[in-house]
Design a protein around this ligand. Structure first.
Ligand code: OGA
Ligand code: MN
Length: 202
């Protein structure tokens, strides 16, 4: 897996410690301001291409109402985030022997009134998602706009995480979480660090 190094501002020991004790970790002010400006611009330029995440192969699910765009080589700015997550994967593999081999990611846009109900990204370890990450890239956020990430840590405690701009949330893919109804446009990149070892291959 190709990678660059992690941003020097990230407190790796803290991330590893939080993941180990709670199953989730937060990185605030993850990237330089210039990067966010470029990323928001790239995301905004492609908003027309986003598709309803709740519709797959014509089947409609009501668990989520956001819109997504998978990230490929045509989105070079977002690719830089994926490179950083590849680097993070190597660090996590060394610390926890997770065997992560690949990173897949999509932009997500929640317009006013949209949400993602309670779910796990890897229920009953049925797929190969080991770690989920969500990076919040909108330029402003107010607490009363909703859109919080609510998650249950691995000790059973619930946490409400604000989608603060430039924050990266990292959590085990098997834990329960949801996105509360958002009252404003909420932009993010969700990425999964995957082992490539799915028994079911889904
Ligand atoms: C997801 C998800 C959480 C968030 O995309 O699977 O749970 O805060 N996202 O956007
Ligand atoms: Mn999820």
């Amino acid at each position: 897996m190709q990678s660059t190094s992690l941003p020097t501002s990230w407190n790796i020991d803290q991330i590893l410690d939080d993941l180990n004790t709670s199953g989730f970790a937060l990185v605030n002010d993850a990237y330089p301001k210039e990067y966010i400006i470029d990323l928001v611009q790239e995301c905004s330029l492609h908003l027309e291409e986003f598709r309803a995440a709740g519709i797959q192969n014509g089947v409609v699910s009501h668990i989520r109402s956001d819109h997504i765009l998978w990230i490929d080589h045509q989105l070079p700015i977002a690719q830089q985030h994926i490179k950083t997550l590849q680097s993070l994967s190597q660090t996590l593999n060394q610390a926890f022997y997770l065997g992560i081999k690949e990173v897949e990611a999509h932009f997500a846009c929640y317009n006013a009134g949209e949400f993602y109900a309670l779910h796990r990204d890897n229920p009953q370890l049925k797929n190969d998602r080991m770690i989920s990450t969500v990076f919040y890239l909108h330029e402003h956020w107010q607490e009363d706009w909703g859109g919080q990430l609510r998650l249950q840590d691995k000790n059973g405690e619930w946490h409400i995480i604000q989608p603060t701009p430039n924050r990266l949330a990292i959590f085990q893919s098997d834990i329960l979480h949801e996105v509360l109804l958002s009252k404003q446009q909420r932009l993010s990149i969700t990425a999964w660090l995957r082992s490539g070892n799915s028994i079911w291959n889904n």
